[in-house]
Design a binder for this molecule. Structure first.
Ligand code: PEP
Length: 251
């Protein structure tokens, strides 16, 4: 049984005051035991605020990024133990903005995935092809390569300890989502691959779709057989929209 997981990636948005107002509103909407798993990924500056306001609620929190080393001379970085210390449960690894703007490659992303698992966090591994790669008929080849390198050497104690987010690069922040049939096709291939890699439990790993999900289009994605939730950027900045998307996953 794969519990849907709907996550809000705030990216580099919100101040302390804005975050507090968001959490207050979200907790007015979300019942103590929500029907789906809800996760908020604020910037690192707001993780302590998330802990203060969300602890004991039905909403979890996680970090958008971490360095793979547990400590050291890495000016400007934060580590998995520091994030875990703030009660975070999840870590985004391999978001396309980290890959394309900050030059992170699959090998480095794999180090983060392993660091997250070793440090008690659940990695949300983002994979996805560019438009050029899709048009060249290479979408699966690219995604398979990302999975194979980032998950090489990974030992998974249980399927809940990993989430995959399929996010076609051209759909992120553009207002142009993937076609639901393409998202389903890719999610099904990813599931097959995961079951080959991790055996039968691999089929239970949750797979999110991400890329211009909004309340209006959420049901098209969240009712697909191999899509177990969404990773949401822009629309998640509004707690009412985020909750509306989560409800589509529940329904
Ligand atoms: C994302 O940042 O992962 C994302 C999917 O963004 P958006 O929903 O804005 O496309």
């Amino acid at each position: 049984m794969r519990t849907p997981i709907v996550a809000a990636n705030w990216k580099m948005h919100k101040t302390v005051g804005e975050a507090v107002a968001y959490f207050r509103r979200l907790l007015e909407l979300v019942p103590a035991r929500p029907p789906v798993e809800l996760v908020v990924f604020p910037p690192a500056t707001l993780l302590l605020v998330a802990q203060k306001h969300l602890e004991g609620s039905g909403v979890a929190w996680g970090a958008q990024n971490a360095h793979p080393e547990p400590a050291g001379a890495f000016t400007g970085e934060v580590s998995v133990p520091q994030i875990a210390d703030l009660g975070a449960r999840y870590l985004i690894c391999g978001h396309s903005e980290r890959r394309h703007i900050f030059g992170e490659d699959d090998e480095y992303i794999g180090r983060k995935v392993r660091a997250a698992l070793e440090g008690g966090l659940v990695p949300v591994l983002c994979v996805g092809e560019t438009l050029e790669e899709r048009e060249a008929g290479r979408a699966w080849q690219v995604v398979e390569g990302q999975l194979a390198t980032a998950l090489g050497g990974v030992e998974l104690p249980s399927p809940e300890r990993l989430v995959i987010a399929y996010e076609p690069v051209w759909a992120i922040g553009t207002g142009v989502p993937a076609r639901p049939e393409d998202a389903q096709d890719m999610a099904a291939r990813i599931r097959e691959w995961l079951s080959g890699r991790f055996g039968r439990p691999g089929r239970e790993i949750r797979i999110q779709y991400g890329g211009s999900v909004k309340p209006e289009n959420a049901p098209e994605f969240l009712t697909l057989p191999d899509i177990d939730g969404a990773l949401v950027g822009g629309a998640s900045l509004d707690p009412d929209k985020f909750w509306a998307i989560a409800q589509a996953a529940a329904g």
